[in-house]
Design a protein around this ligand. Sequence first.
Ligand code: GDP
Ligand code: MG
Length: 645
Amino acid sequence: MYGHRDVRILLLGDSSVGKTSLILTLVSDEFPEDEVPARAEEITIPPDVTPEKVPTHIVDFSTREQGDEILLEEIERADVICIVYAISKQETIDSITEYWLPLIRNTLGAEHTTPVILVGNKSDLGDSNSLENVVPIMNDYAEIETCVECSARNLKNISEVFFYAQKAVLHPTGPLYSAEDKELKPECKRALCRIFNICDLDNDGILNDYELNLFQRRCFNAPLQPQALDDVKAVVRKNIPEGVQNNGLTQIGFLFLHTLFIQRGRHETTWTVLRKFGYNDHLKLTTEYLRPRLRVGRGSSTELGHLGYQFLTQQFEKYDQDKDGALSPTELQSMFATCPVMPWGPDVNMAVGTNEKGWINLQGYLAQWTLTSLLDVNRTLEYLAYFGYRYVMADHENQLSAIIVTRDKKIDWQKRQTSRNVFQCNVIGCRGAGKTNFLQGLVERSLDHPLLHPEHLSTYTMNTVQVYGQERYLLLHEIDVELTDELTSDDLDCDVVCLMYDISDPRTFEYCAKMYKQHFEHSNIPSLLVAAKSDLHPVRQDYPLQPAQFCASYKIPPPQTYSSTGRPNKDIYIKLATLAAYPVVKGVLVHHPAALWVRDKLLSSAPSVRLMHLKGISHENRSLWLKIGVGAAIAVGCGIVIFKY
Ligand code: GDP
Ligand code: MG
């Protein structure tokens, strides 16, 4: 739970102030009246007898027995240093500022974070208000966490000394609170505001009784008594009237409450809350919290699972305040308020579906997270953490439960079935072939769409398509190439490839043919040839085989036509996703009866009206795939494991 596995307490101070006696008194519960040794052996207190349940080492130091080298080493090893003085001896107080504090700063650096506690021993010998002597020192040195007075002889405040020392390590005030300003530090405020936003499940700016109870249960594993709830609200209201509204706690009230905890020395309460939400001692979210280790083997991909979609949908609904089914720029801003930066630039809106104002809608939003999960799953994990997945979905250990790692694609090929839900199609073709248009067609936009800003165009678009009656995600990735370019292994890494040429430009098909022969003829990745700009006049391609002849001789599906004018044609995207979902059309899968059926349909179906344009080019292979409907899903899809959120 804590960043510390154990706590090491070092006792320093002038000779004969009672360091060794303090330690011996703590362990034996009685004051050693007889001679004490110069130095007590290092002792380790087992976790179950310490108030904070962590193993605690207590280390004595004696100038008489030990040299400077050991002293410096011990200062470096210590988690907290107690400087002991005798309240009855002024020179032991003087050496706090003249010797011990400068020594610690010299050893650890002026800005060190090792807390220091001033311990005034032998209180049985002095007057009771000697603490006043050390208060000025405390104000001058930020590293001093607390001052305590005690007496080894009278057994007074002994365990308190060690308790405060332990607490200074485990729950330091430094990062939380500025004693000078009597205020929470900015970093702490920011963390508590994020926590408030996560806990405010309905996003109305107020923690109501339900939300407060949940908060209490999640952070402290105990429900709050109704009376206690009312008491808390009453205290806040009394001190700061705008802290309570509609019988709930506002953000101001929430921050005030924590200020109060800290001012009353109960900062462990605030720390418990902060740690629950992933913060370390420096108020940074821990790596373990942001990016729990996820193993993704070779050939596997990452998708959002049921819980991931459920949580992200809740998140969308929480921030869609006007319930118009889309996130306005302001709504988006407040959704990402729990994150360090706003990660979505205008290109996100170009990559997925939006409403008529260009604002991301639920479908586009889920598509965007699906895209992120496929391409950069750690980023999804990180944002799920910022959004408070662990808090909201408390039954699940961490945000890994939101992610599905698919099995190796090779196994899919062998078993001839896939459980994947998300497929990537790389769209390869010469510059100007029509790829960008084709990508935007997937999200039902054309390039002359008024909301489309060319400078923000993404090389990705993502949307759902129906494959045999099942909703799947298709990611299109545009790869722009010069005719001489070689494809990289990244360019080839996809589930289906779309080779695109321009029907009106004779120099565009050759590249597709070359790429097919070079990379895809003998690969398991299915490919589809797409003839773009089919509304224009087709010309003969500068290549020995015309596209349709080429497809026929290589036994791949005939060229599909695409035009960005008129109503967008969804079929072509469905075909790409279908090829991806039934990966091996060549080779082994052909023997599979269902696959054979699909393949037959792919290669020998009725001529299409659109392809009539191509009459002058080829007569032999004008066929187009049959539209594959839901009926076919029953025949073909029976062996497929399909999941859906
Ligand atoms: P150290 O050199 O700091 O380790 O100090 P010691 O533990 O050896 O104690 C030095 C002397 O102070 C011993 O004679 C102790 O008995 C005495 N002493 C320690 N603590 C107290 C205390 O709380 N009250 C009084 N009156 N004497 C103490
Ligand atoms: Mg000693």
